[in-house]
Design a protein around this ligand. Structure first.
Ligand code: GLN
Length: 481
């Protein structure tokens, strides 16, 4: 049996029955990485020896194993794993080794997971295609001429290519859901405050969340449950009781009220994606839920507000990368200012520089009110708009992206076209609500995704709807690698 083909809940039950060893599982995935990663380029670093050693330990300690005991997980390269590199997809951070574990990694280890390695990403999580990685672009396992999405493209492609059953990414404006959609897998961005960011390299601190990738909703629930909850090291995490999404998962959505925003169906949405969404309405109705068309009038302002707020916060967060405290130090600098200038000019790629310039501009004295403060007011209005909808509805659905995966190189010259990829995903980060993307079909052989957005901390509600749709569709999203 090719073990890499199994989902983690399947592996988990075989492990628990004693029919399988973690060592066999980890070996199977390491072999798969060797076989397909030269084509997909999802991993930046694979820790073969440690993974096998930890698998052995998990096998010896099976009775005390946690939720993910003996199951391999891959980690985006902006989430610290002690002793592994944490490049953030940047040359600036080449050679940096994380001296501690991010809280999500500590939790994974406590649950017995085996960390296989670090996954490729757009530099500092800025991008929608993984082409802005300073190392190499990751390829979409469904079509190697196409992008896997981004910025967590390595995390999505590795799971889709069955190089690892589960992975973590980060989602500031769509970086989990958009690549999940492009790669034909499931991806969840939890409610702001549900998962700790301690040890995660900050991009836009009021938007960032760690998100989860898996090949089905059950696995997504398992992984999300393992890492969520209050953390005293991140004061933005919420103190409410942890929900066991895995045990709570069910597909009974009879009587649920689902909304679909007309404002998400405008210009830019491809005919194929529109038709697919209409099919999803029928699937949801067949499951006994109702679907109503509603207005979300502020949708048009989300993208502008997002690029102002996220760039402003990025320009501040990235100030620490100065060649002294963090990052490569430039040589032959005349003085300390010259050292900052040279290190940052040499270390950052073009997209990161663009965001820093944009962010510094909107925060500058003369433009603060015109841009930054206005964007914050728009954010408040958007949040109110979503709260109002969730008074009457259990969830909102939309396509995850306007089109399926585009070709490598297609959007790198046209920055606005690249930014437009996030049109349906950024409102979720602005509002701070949870959303999941699941595969909803294919267009010309390429995966399409359905986005299901829910009320604050109602991860269980959206996962149940996702589960119902997934079980009804019963799609085969195996890539032909
Ligand atoms: N693609 C968006 C951007 O470039 C989102 C990035 C993210 O979620 N990290 O900002």
């Amino acid at each position: 049996m090719d073990l890499y083909k199994l989902k983690s809940h399947e592996l988990k039950s075989l492990l628990e029955k004693g029919e399988l060893k973690s060592e066999e599982i980890v070996s199977s995935f390491l072999q798969r990485i060797e076989d397909v990663d030269p084509k997909v380029s999802a991993f930046l670093y694979v820790d073969k020896e440690e993974s096998l050693k930890n698998a052995k330990k998990a096998d010896e300690n099976r009775e005390n194993g946690g939720l993910l005991s003996g199951i391999p997980v891959g980690i985006k390269d902006n989430i610290s794993v002690k002793g592994m590199q944490n490049t953030c997809g940047s040359k600036f951070m080449e050679g940096y080794i994380a001296p501690y574990d991010a809280t999500v990694v500590t939790k994974l280890k406590e649950e017995g997971a085996i960390i296989l390695g670090k996954l490729n990403m757009d530099e500092f999580a800025m991008g929608s295609s993984t082409e802005y990685s300073a190392y190499f672009p990751t390829k979409n396992p469904h079509d190697l001429d196409r992008v896997p999405g981004g910025s967590s493209g390595g995390s999505a492609a590795a799971v889709a290519a069955m190089e690892v059953p589960l992975s973590l990414g980060t989602d500031t404006g769509g970086s989990v859901r958009q690549p999940a959609s492009f790669c034909g897998i499931a991806g969840l961005k939890p409610t702001y405050g549900n998962i700790s960011r301690y040890g995660v390299t900050a991009f836009g601190s009021t938007l960032d969340q760690v998100g989860t990738f898996a090949r089905d909703v059950k696995d997504l629930a398992l992984l999300t449950t393992s890492i969520s909850g209050y953390d005293r090291m991140d004061f933005t995490t919420n103190q409410r009781d942890k929900v066991d999404l895995y045990t709570g998962l069910n597909r009974d959505i009879r009587g649920k009220k689902i909304a679909i925003a007309k404002d998400f169906l405008g210009e830019g949405l491809s005919d194929g994606a529109r038709k697919n969404l209409m099919d999803m309405i029928e699937v949801i109705k067949d499951n006994g839920a109702s679907v109503d068309f509603i207005d979300l009038k502020l949708t048009d302002y989300s993208l502008a507000a997002y690029y102002i707020i996220s760039s402003a916060e990025a320009s501040s967060n990235l100030a620490r990368f100065d060649g002294i405290r963090y990052g490569k130090r430039a040589e032959k600098a005349k003085d300390v200012i010259d050292l900052y200038n040279k290190s940052r000019s040499e270390g950052f790629g073009a997209e990161v520089k663009r965001r820093i310039m944009l962010g510094t501009y909107v925060l500058s004295a003369g433009y603060y009110d015109a841009y930054y403060s206005k964007a914050l007011k728009v954010r408040k209005l958007i949040q109110d708009e979503y709260k109002e909808i969730f008074r009457n509805y259990d969830a909102i659905i939309s396509p995850t992206t306007p089109t399926p995966a585009f070709k490598l190189g297609d959007n790198t010259e046209d920055i606005l076209a690249m930014y437009l990829n996030d049109i349906y995903t950024v409102p979720v980060n602005i509002a701070g609500i949870p959303a999941v993307s699941i595969p909803s079909g294919k267009l010309n052989g390429l995966p399409l995704g359905l986005q299901i957005m829910g009320n604050y901390f109602d991860e269980q509600g959206i996962l149940n709807i996702a589960h119902a749709v997934e079980q009804s569709l019963n799609l085969d999203m195996t890539p032909g690698l």
